[in-house]
Ligand binder design. Structure first.
Ligand SMILES: [Zn+2]
Length: 147
């Protein structure tokens, strides 16, 4: 990736989102599982699908809400297995198979999925997967125009 940590810290829009994805590699996004580990009394089940504990890999990759978005992304991202043991394993696998362009697409789509989840959980406003993907592609084009 062409992003430096300085860029991530200095621009609160797109790069702030990318930083959140990078932080997710450390499992510090406030998923229900992570909040439970911080002694916050919550049911760790995913509040969107209630089918799996809400870990970072599930929220950004394995949850049906995320899968509906990834299914519309062309190329390797669409075809990858939905199961991921943990976020590190997922990132390692993806980085070994994705093209350079897909490596740029992946964190942006992940960030927009995370925001769509939060919008759904906080405001009960569900964003259609095609609109989530459109938002991500718009941000990617903005990023590419600036670089
Ligand atoms: Zn889920």
């Amino acid at each position: 990736m062409r992003f430096s940590m300085w860029c991530c810290w200095s621009f609160d829009g797109l790069f702030g989102g990318l930083l959140k994805v990078v932080k997710a590699c450390s499992d510090i996004l406030p998923t229900r599982t992570n909040l439970c580990q911080r002694k916050i009394p919550l049911d760790p089940a995913c509040a969107v699908c209630n089918q799996h504990d809400e870990m970072v890999a599930h929220a950004l990759w394995g949850c049906p809400m995320a899968r509906n978005v990834w299914a519309m992304v062309a190329g390797n991202l669409q075809k990858r297995c939905s199961a991921a043991e943990d976020f590190y394993s997922l990132v390692r696998e993806l980085m070994s198979v994705l093209t350079t362009k897909e490596v740029e697409v992946w964190p942006i789509v992940s960030w927009v999925i995370w925001n769509a989840r939060n919008r759904y959980l906080c405001d009960r406003k569900q964003t259609h997967p095609s609109n989530i993907l459109l938002g991500a592609m718009t941000l990617l084009q903005e990023y590419q125009r600036l670089n």
